[in-house]
Design a protein around this ligand. Sequence first.
Ligand code: AMP
Length: 213
Amino acid sequence: MNIVLFGAPGAGKGTQSTLLVERLGYHQISTGDLFRHAIKNKTELGRQAQGFMDRGELVPDSIVIGMVDEVLENLKDHHFILDGFPRTRAQAEALGKILQSRGLRLEKAIFLEVPKEELLQRLTGRRVCQSCGAVYHIQSKPTRKDGICDLCGGAVIQRNDDKEDVIATRLRTYEENTFPLRGYYKEMGNYAEVDGSRPTEAVFESLKSLLKA
Ligand code: AMP
C-alpha cells in the first residue's frame, strides 16, 4: 500500500514513518530529510532549499516536485510512505499525475491530527542527532548524556527551524497550504485521519489497523 502521511510540523510524521519502515518494511520518502541531506552535502539542491527552510517557508513546488519525481522513479517495486509531501494543492495534483504515469496508486492519505498547544510543546523541545537523525525531546525523551545521541554518540542539537520565531512561520504556512489538503483527499476518497496526540505506540497501532483495512 502506498501512503501519504501529512499533518502539522511536530505531528509525528517522521516518528511514525520510521516505525512503519522498521516494523512493516515500508520505504520512507521524507522531503524534509532529503533537503537536510542535500544541505549537509552542499549540493545545488541544498543551496536552493536552504533559505526557504531557514525561514520556515515552503521550498517552491517546482523544486520539490522534481525531486520527488526522481525518487519515485527508483521505487517502482516498493510500498512507500510519503512523509511531508505533498504540502500544497499543486504538489498533491502533481503527485497524482506522477503516480498515474507510472501505473501506481495512492491508497491512503492519512492526516495526523494534533492540537496546536501540543505541537508547540513538541517542536520547541525537540532535539535531533546530527549524525543519525534520532529524535529526542528535552522533557519527554531526553538523551542519557546531555547533548549526546544514545544510539550513535553523535551531537544532539536543535534544528534551526525548531527555534521559536521560525516555528510560528512554519505553523502559519502549514495552516494556509497543507491543512486544506484534507478537503482534497476527502474528495479523492482516500482520506483517513488518526489522533496523533496520543503516545507513539497508540498512534502506530491505529495506523497499522488503517493499513490493514
Ligand atoms: P520537515 O522536516 O518535513 O518539517 O521539513 C522541513 C522543511 O523542509 C520545511 O519547513 C520546508 O521548508 C521544507 N520542505 C519539506 N517538504 C516540503 C514540501 N513538500 N514542500 C515544500 N517545502 C518542503
